[in-house]
Design a protein around this ligand. Structure first.
Ligand code: GDD
Ligand code: MN
Length: 351
């Protein structure tokens, strides 16, 4: 009969022949009751053959060979489908994720957590990043927090290093071909008890990163899909609001000759009401829980005025320092959009 393991460590590999023996050696040295699942995508450098040889030595390594490069996310899925154990840990095989963090993740899982994330962004964690990578990583994290409510209290939802209880996760819920498998899992799975442990993400010493510009676009698409395209819908609604505003203005000031201030306020509130209804029944139709529609409408009004205030403040401030007024207004619009959208996600329609 097959040996029963407590833990499966899933290692996706693509051209990691130099790193794999080192990471496997370091995992084996810790003497955990674990199996290691290497999921290789037909690496040119014969990583899979190296994994087979390592298994002859250690006996607890499963090697899954896939015909071509198909992304980390599905590699993890196939690793899940080819292993058994109560707990699972997913990590990179290039030594950027130090294997010595594994026992800390495992301990928290054994203490009742459903999901434990090795995190660069909790106290004690860090990343050996250059300024560009750090900025991209922070931007990506911000986008996730902005769009996906389930990342609310998670400092590092981009982490590629985490562990979970197998019975919480359906392998079939992993469908993308990108990098950000943790995000997908967070959305698809009802994790109740999530922990984060700090670690230092270190520089790659051997082999090459497979992350390119294409991954960033893929990432944005993933975030939009996981969030039911709420940001896009919100923008579209905003655009209809602007048009409605102009229309009301034209009717009330141009045609009915109302005072400008009255026409302006009418146009403004008209567009706020219309935006609110469209967002409530379309953009956020999947978030119709809790508070009453009227309360949400009041909150939405507050967020809209805050947005307006921010737009005007940025405009005045930047033109005061000599910036072209159109450019300053454009930046102001970005500021008010962020306020409105952030407030809608995080307050008005927050579940
Ligand atoms: N099987 C398989 N197929 N493995 C792959 C593939 C693939 O298509 N692409 C990459 N890998 C393996 C690599 O061999 C490595 O072990 C691991 O997945 C991570 O790939 P890297 O190319 O080193 O990724 P990274 O360092 O840029 O990004 C990592 O860190 C990010 C945090 O900043 C990943 O863990 C990301 O998920 C993480 O967000
Ligand atoms: Mn890496």
């Amino acid at each position: 009969m097959d040996k029963i393991y407590d833990l499966s460590v899933i290692l996706p590999t693509y051209n990691e022949v130099e790193n794999l023996p080192i990471i496997i050696h370091r995992i084996e040295e810790m003497d955990l009751n674990c199996q290691i699942v290497v999921v290789d995508d037909n690496s040119k450098d014969k990583t899979a053959d190296a994994a087979d040889r390592l298994n002859e030595k250690y006996g607890n390594i499963v090697v899954v060979r896939r015909p071509g490069k198909n992304g980390i996310a599905t590699a993890v899925r196939d690793g899940l489908l080819n292993s058994q154990s109560k707990y699972v840990i997913v990590m990179d095989s290039d030594l950027q994720h130090p294997p010595e963090v594994i026992p800390r993740i495992l301990r928290q899982l054994e203490n009742g957590k459903d999901l434990v994330i090795a995190s660069r962004y909790v106290r004690g964690g860090s990343a050996e990043f250059n300024v560009l990578r750090k900025t991209i990583s922070k931007m990506a994290t911000f986008l996730a927090h902005m769009n996906i409510q389930k990342t609310d209290n998670i400092k590092d939802p981009m982490s590629g290093f985490f562990g979970f209880r197998r019975d919480k996760v359906l392998p079939e819920s992993i469908v993308s071909n990108g990098y950000k498998i943790l995000l997908e899992l967070l959305v698809a799975t009802d994790f109740r008890n999530i922990g984060e442990v700090p670690y230092r993400f270190i520089k790659r010493k051997r082999g090459k990163s497979k992350l390119g510009m294409g991954e960033f676009l893929k990432y944005i698409k993933l975030v939009l899909r996981l969030s039911d395209y709420q940001m896009i819908k919100f923008m579209a609604v905003g655009l209809t609001g602007a048009l409605l505003n102009l229309l009301i203005m034209n009717l009330s000031f141009g045609y009915f000759k109302q005072p400008l201030i009255f026409a302006g306020l009418l146009a403004l509130e008209g567009s706020i009401v219309s935006n609110f209804l469209l967002n409530n029944y379309w953009t956020y139709r999947k978030r119709l829980a809790k508070s009453t529609v009227f309360r949400r409408y009041l909150k939405y009004n507050f967020m809209s005025s805050l947005g307006l205030g921010i737009n005007i403040s940025i405009l005045l401030l930047l033109t005061h320092f000599g910036m072209n007024y159109m450019l300053a207004d454009f930046i102001g619009i970005i500021g008010s959009f962020t306020t409105n959208f952030g407030g809608s996600q995080g307050v008005v329609w927050h579940l």
